[in-house]
Write a protein that binds this ligand. Structure first.
Ligand code: UD1
Length: 357
């Protein structure tokens, strides 16, 4: 059986590395990988392939950045050509990026069965480009691999129950696999003169925060008011927006350490040893939970509702006061119930692909 896997953005490289390992451990399935080039800077792409020992993609499309329509349509054109020549038995996509959407539409139009890893997530906010991508992908998919029971319930509400599997979250597999190694290997705490449990790790990259000057300003003002060092790895878009909106002086402070985008091991090491994480990333909210680190989410809603229900995550939005108050009243529950599976999602997915499909 031939699987055509499509990746394009940082979190997809991490997820694909776990499933590729599982697929490559047997001989019945051959995987062919396409990298759309949605993320293309070395520190957003190549370094992940090297570090995670992910084989070089069979196809690199080099699509790069652009408006949603431009980026998605360029990918669609190229992916259709590849699918027509490779004729895979199944196309596999991850998450909710524009690469996911393009792969899903290309496969569905060519009547190739589609498998979606991280199916069923919903923020119920159609202003998020990712929400549009995931709703369409789920409705086109033949196999839907859900990380949580909430995801299964969401699909059921939309009338999708065939081909739906609760596999657990593949990011949890990755954390269990890499955590100790990452903490051992990474020198990021020393490099930034940080001590364990004495800093906040912050990331901001969502369009709803970066593309509205007032939102970005309020978030950075909150960081300015925090009582510990804030480590802020800057996504290229956020960096350019800070410059464009002339907000540099808000982060040009001794207690704010801005750094270039970090590789996976440094991010894992930083997350695992932080006092708290402040983020608008979906992946980082989950990773904080899995590592038992409190999280403050810089959004009004989350797809990962389990992290809020269990008390580990507080939704603060972009409001300065709210963010600062939430940090002052940090909650650290006693334990984090296993809401994201048992760390064997990749093998569960591989087994379904081999036996049930
Ligand atoms: C994308 C996904 C988001 C995911 C995130 C993971 C969509 C709509 N969004 O967001 O779901 O959480 O990846 O990190 O697909 N840029 C560079 N170098 C790069 C990549 C991007 O400079 O290597 C800059 C460009 O200015 C680009 C901007 O960042 O326009 C945004 O990149 P894009 O891939 O469109 O979205 P992300 O915010 O990274």
């Amino acid at each position: 059986m031939h699987i055509l896997t499509i990746v394009g953005a940082r979190p997809q490289f991490i997820k694909a590395s776990m499933l590729s390992k599982a697929i490559n451990s047997q001989s019945k399935i051959k995987e062919i990988m396409v990298h759309t080039g949605q993320h293309y800077d070395d520190n957003m792409s190549t370094i992940f392939f090297d570090q995670l020992k992910l084989a070089k993609p069979d196809y690199y499309l080099g699509i790069g950045s652009g408006s949603h329509g431009e980026q998605t349509s360029k990918m669609l054109l190229e992916l259709e050509k590849i699918m027509m020549s490779v004729k895979p038995d199944i196309v596999l996509v991850y998450g909710d990026t524009n690469s996911t959407l393009a792969g899903s539409i290309a496969a569905a139009k060519l009547h190739i069965p589609l498998a979606h890893v991280e199916a069923g997530l919903r923020s119920f906010n159609k202003k998020m480009p990712e929400e549009i991508n995931r709703v369409i992908t789920d409705h086109l998919s033949t196999l839907l691999f859900c990380p949580t029971q909430t995801a299964i319930d969401n699909l059921e509400h939309e009338g999708i129950s065939r081909g739906v599997y609760l596999t657990g979250d593949i990011m949890y597999d990755s954390i269990l696999y890499f955590k100790d190694h990452a903490i051992q290997q990474s020198t990021i705490l020393e490099d930034l003169s940080l001590t364990n449990n004495n800093y906040y790790l912050a990331t901001v990259h969502r369009a709803e925060n970066t593309d509205q000057p007032e939102h970005l300003k309020q978030i950075l003002t909150a960081f300015q008011q925090l009582d510990k060092t804030v480590v802020l790895p800057l996504h290229p878009r956020t960096k350019s927006k800070i410059k464009q909106y002339k907000l540099n002086e808000l982060i040009d402070l001794p207690h704010i350490k801005t750094v270039e985008p970090l590789h996976y091991f440094d991010m894992l090491a930083l997350t695992a040893q932080a006092t708290a994480v402040l983020t608008d990333s979906g992946g980082l909210q989950k990773e904080a939970y899995m590592l038992q680190i409190p999280c403050i989410t810089l959004r009004q809603e989350t797809e990962w509702i389990e992290t809020v229900q269990t008390g580990w995550n507080q939704l603060a939005g972009y409001n300065t006061k709210q963010i600062v108050n939430n940090v002052r009243n940090l909650k650290t529950p006693n334990h984090s119930p296993p809401r994201f599976g048992d760390g064997k999602a990749a093998y569960a997915i591989q087994h379904i692909l081999m036996n049930d499909f």
